[in-house]
Design a protein around this ligand. Structure first.
Ligand SMILES: *Cc1c(COP(=O)(O)O)cnc(C)c1O
Length: 434
């Protein structure tokens, strides 16, 4: 392409070389660059930008799981329940607590995010007295499914209102959302960071409105935990859930967490009660009596191997510190947006993420009418983002192991597959997993 430029015209390649040097400099100055080596990279030739879907495997987790398998399961067998397994859901919850601005006894792990949402929303609806749940159209669909089933099965006529996003689908319509939170509202359920656009909700503003009308707020932290500072207690949040296999690097299917504000714990009863949530489960009483505290929201036997992987994965995040992680995350997403302006805006792409750093999480969506085919071509070119219908290619920039040059190179490769027309070799038929 550059060969066809008239002599003297600014060379895209020349600009790119200078741009890459800047990205290299940002890597050289990166205070948490060393954490990259704490993760397994069996795919050195690929640029992995999907840590918001499945985080990389921490090297320490390999060793921790080897011990859990060989020594705890392989040798000690059932005795291991008495050597740390039984307490693991609460122990790992307490370890997570500083990352979500909670006291240690307010969080625990178990079940998936969707199931935890069902449990907490169901408990809240039954305790609150009002019948209305408010969410928004930017929320993760599984959350809306779970809330609909809560309303249908437990709600006694409860209704879910899903407030539409602002035109364009990148940001919520805050005026409508705040107005929808009214004196009939029991519960407000929002994704702290929206899975598609990366929009970061103003938790204090939502919390203030909810407090004004006596509603409770439940945050889904799946796309923010481990990458955005979270202050549940300071926001006066009632409840929260979140997943551990994204920026917490817990591994596929690792259990999710839940938070219940201390004063609400004795007031709430889970709609799914099981022996791990019973006071003294090994009494095997035939009547259920809820455990004190957060444990009453546990249900059945937790997936111990995955839970130990979460525990180990958390360490890198805690050690790097959420302040440094967030600073790098903002710089990574800013670089991607800057490169979008320089290389992609003229190629049919639209930015699907807020430009203001304070209003976005750690992934950036680029939208294009041919997004699906371009995403496939990009995978073939060695860059791994993911695709979200109808037209969004998502770039998850996990700060612990993503370099600034990765962002730079990914955008160059993206521009190349569009400029060269390489993406036209792919068809538009969707595969089962995108
Ligand atoms: C990833 C994600 C989930 C995952 O739900 P699971 O039930 O754990 O599969 C839920 N909500 C949001 C907002 C997510 O981003």
């Amino acid at each position: 392409m550059n060969a066809r430029r008239p002599p003297g015209a600014a060379s895209g390649a020349g600009r790119s070389v200078r741009g890459r040097a800047r990205a290299e400099r940002l890597d050289a100055e990166d205070a948490i660059a060393a954490f990259r080596d704490a993760f397994v990279r069996g795919d050195e030739e690929r640029i992995y930008l999907d840590g918001n879907s499945l985080g990389r495997l921490p090297k320490a987790t390999r060793e921790r799981l080897r011990r859990a398998i060989d020594e705890e399961w392989g040798h000690d067998l059932v005795a291991s329940w008495g050597k740390g397994w039984f307490e693991a859901p609460r122990r790992v919850g307490a370890r997570l607590a500083p990352l979500i601005g909670a006291k240690p006894e307010q969080a625990a792990f178990g079940d998936s995010t969707t199931v935890n949402l069902f449990k907490l929303a169901g408990a809240a609806l039954q305790a609150h007295g009002r019948r209305r749940i408010v969410s928004d159209a930017m929320n993760f669909p599984s959350d809306l499914y779970a809330l609909s089933s809560v309303a249908r099965t437990l709600g006694g006529g409860a209704a879910l209102e899903v407030v539409p996003a602002a035109p364009g689908g990148v940001e919520p319509d805050m005026g409508r959302l705040l107005a929808a939170i009214d004196e009939d509202t029991a519960l407000v359920v929002l994704s702290h960071v929206a899975f598609k656009s990366g929009y970061l909700h103003d938790a204090e503003r939502v919390g203030a409105r909810a407090r004004e009308v006596g509603a409770w707020v439940l945050w889904d932290l799946s796309h923010s935990v481990g990458v955005v500072p979270i202050e549940l207690d300071a926001w006066d949040a009632a409840l929260a859930v979140g997943c551990s296999y994204k920026y917490l690097n817990g591994g596929p299917g690792a259990p999710a967490f839940f938070y219940v504000r201390a004063d609400l714990q004795p007031r709430l009863r889970s709609p799914v009660e099981g022996w791990f949530g019973r006071r003294g489960p090994f009494g095997f009483d035939l009547e259920f009596e809820p455990a004190d505290g957060i444990a009453r929201f546990l249900v059945g036997t937790p997936p111990i191997l995955s839970l130990l992987a979460v525990e180990t994965g958390l360490e890198a995040v805690l050690e790097a510190g959420i302040g440094r992680i967030r600073a790098k995350s903002e710089a990574l997403t800013a670089l991607l947006i800057e490169r979008f302006d320089a290389r992609l805006a003229g190629l049919g792409f639209r930015l699907g993420t807020p430009r203001e750093a304070a209003r976005r999480g750690s992934h950036v969506s680029l939208r294009h009418p041919d997004g699906y085919r371009i995403n496939r071509a990009l995978l073939a070119a060695g860059v791994v983002p993911d695709f979200r219908e109808p037209d969004a290619i998502r770039f998850g920039l996990a700060p612990l192991y993503t370099r600034f040059v990765d962002v730079f190179d990914a955008v160059e490769r993206l521009a190349e597959v569009v400029e060269s027309g390489a993406y036209r070799a792919y068809d538009d038929a969707r595969s089962a997993v995108t």
